[in-house]
Design a protein around this ligand. Structure first.
Ligand code: SF4
Length: 103
């Protein structure tokens, strides 16, 4: 049987989320997201030009209160997308990956 480390590259978002974040409190999840803010593309995104929300990570924190119009999405080229097997986009308007997932 494959160990969690062997399974990680091909695991789904739901499997990775459960392995990594499943037992974390909201505060621990917030801190984990803060640690990957430097990877997040949202501050450079055409959809997020005038909000001032430079530390976005909408895939974890969910919808923006300030974004109402979708003008392109950089999520597909974000390292977090690859690492966590995210399969959606426009988290700023659609909600967090957890909300969009089967979890
Ligand atoms: S979630 Fe996608 S569309 Fe929204 S700001 Fe981030 S990269 Fe842009």
């Amino acid at each position: 049987m494959a160990s969690p480390d062997e399974k990680w590259p091909t695991a789904s978002f739901e499997e990775k989320y459960t392995l990594m974040m499943g037992s974390m409190s909201d505060e621990e999840q917030r801190r984990a997201a803060a640690n990957v803010i430097h990877l997040c593309q949202c501050s450079k995104c055409p959809t997020n030009t005038e909000t001032g929300e430079i530390n976005a990570v909408y895939c974890t924190f969910g919808k923006s209160e300030a974004i109402h119009e979708e003008k392109g999405c950089l999520c597909s080229v974000c390292a977090i997308t690859k690492t966590m097997s995210l399969r959606w986009e426009y988290y700023c308007t659609q909600g967090s990956a957890k909300e969009l997932s089967d979890l």
